[in-house]
Design a protein around this ligand. Structure first.
Ligand SMILES: Cc1ncc(COP(=O)(O)O)c(C=O)c1O
Length: 376
């Protein structure tokens, strides 16, 4: 049996930045600056600048970032928000939490991202926003989506939880749509040491509204313009994120190099490889292949010590939580076929070439075991 390969290795990452992180944590504790404070303000400034956006409001997590961004845009009961079913449930949850209706549409087969034609076809007079999800670290076709949205007066709220640093025609996620939401869940390309999130936008007034909503709707101490939520970034997470932001480009470059190696090593192996759209430079949050016998390959890889994931096995329209949408199996054919075949391979910046070679060899062995090519 070959040495195991983890799906991600957060301990390996911490080992490379331990001194900076430990000092940052100690300094916050020394100052007792636990909720908001200087570190949070500095992180917001630095992250907005990194994204090429005017301003940033931090939140307690990425789900709240989406919910608060939608509320800041005035979206509520009676409104419809279009998004994909091929995403983590948080995207649709945030829409429902506002009292609006999630309208789930199909994806493109090549990139597995929102299909702009399906978005356009789903627009009604009640549509107030669209949430393109930059899944796996690749940005959606922002030209097409923005053109359609502008024609119909619809707001574009990007879910960039998996796409810190990804670009569309050279511009980073965060500086393109009306408002962009990020998660800093620990395993993300930029991850905190707990839950954290952020909203960025080129509209300062929108960010001020979001900032107030994230802090009980407060305008000043004990004066509340409206009800909000308690979803603040804490000082420790901000200090950690500031240290890690300085490494993000290097980590994304490492992911790109590994993705390039996977793409050449797996060419001709029989598995379907991920595709990158022209104009898009992904940051490879996940490296997702497609195979007909996904469970067979996954079992063989597990037996060989290769950890894999499936993002995501059950599309949102087929989840019990969305039975009320009454979308039967067959409603989103591309989404459903993709969900049956996808398999996420190990991918993290500290992954070594030897680890990647072991994954590639295990895929070849697994295909040989079953006496057939994995995609057949
Ligand atoms: C695409 C997507 N949207 C939203 C979220 C929600 O982020 P969080 O877990 O920080 O609430 C996540 C992360 O888990 C995600 O992957």
């Amino acid at each position: 049996m070959t040495l195991p390969v983890p799906f991600v290795d957060l301990r390996a990452q911490y080992a490379t930045i331990k001194t900076g992180i430990d000092e940052a944590i100690a300094s916050v504790i020394d100052r007792s600056a636990f909720i908001q404070g200087a570190e949070v303000a500095l992180f917001e400034e630095e992250f907005a600048a990194y994204c090429g956006a005017e301003a940033c409001a931090s939140t307690g997590n990425g789900t709240d970032a989406l919910y608060i961004a939608l509320r800041a845009l005035g979206i509520g009961p009676g409104d419809e928000v279009i998004t994909v079913a091929h995403t983590f449930i948080a995207t649709a949850e945030a829409i429902s939490q506002c009292g609006a209706l999630p309208v789930l549409v199909d994806i493109r087969d090549d990139t597995m991202l929102l299909d702009p034609r399906q978005f356009e076809a789903a627009i009604t007079p009640r549509t107030k926003a669209v949430i393109p999800v930059h899944l796996y670290g690749q940005m959606c076709d922002m030209d097409a989506i923005l053109t359609i949205a502008r024609q119909h007066g619809i707001k574009v709220v990007e879910d960039a939880a998996q796409a810190h640093g990804a670009t569309w025609r050279g511009r980073r996620a965060g500086g393109i749509g009306d408002v962009t939401c990020f998660s800093f869940y620990p395993a993300k390309n930029l991850g905190a040491f707990g839950d954290a999130g952020a909203i960025v936008s080129n509209s300062r007034p929108l960010i001020e509204t979001a900032r107030a909503l994230a802090n009980h709707g407060r305008q000043s101490k004990y004066i509340h313009l409206r009800e909000g939520v308690s979803s603040r970034l804490d000082g420790l997470q901000a200090a950690i994120l500031r240290v890690k932001l300085g490494h993000l480009d290097g980590w994304n470059a490492a992911r790109r190099r590994l993705a390039g190696k996977y793409l050449s090593a797996l060419a001709g192996s029989g598995v379907q490889l991920p595709e990158t759209a022209p104009g898009s430079e992904p940051v490879w949050h996940l490296f997702v292949i497609r195979v007909r016998d996904r469970e067979g390959l996954r079992t063989s890889l597990t037996a060989r010590g290769i950890e894999t994931g499936v993002h995501y096995p059950c599309p949102l329209h087929l989840q019990p939580a969305y039975a009320r949408l009454a979308m039967p199996k067959g409603a989103l054919p591309v989404t459903e076929r993709v969900a049956d075949r996808i398999l996420s391979l190990p991918m993290f910046p500290e992954m070594t070439d030897a680890q990647l070679d072991r994954v590639v060899a295990a895929i070849a062995d697994a295909a040989a075991d079953t006496g057939q090519r994995a995609a057949e």
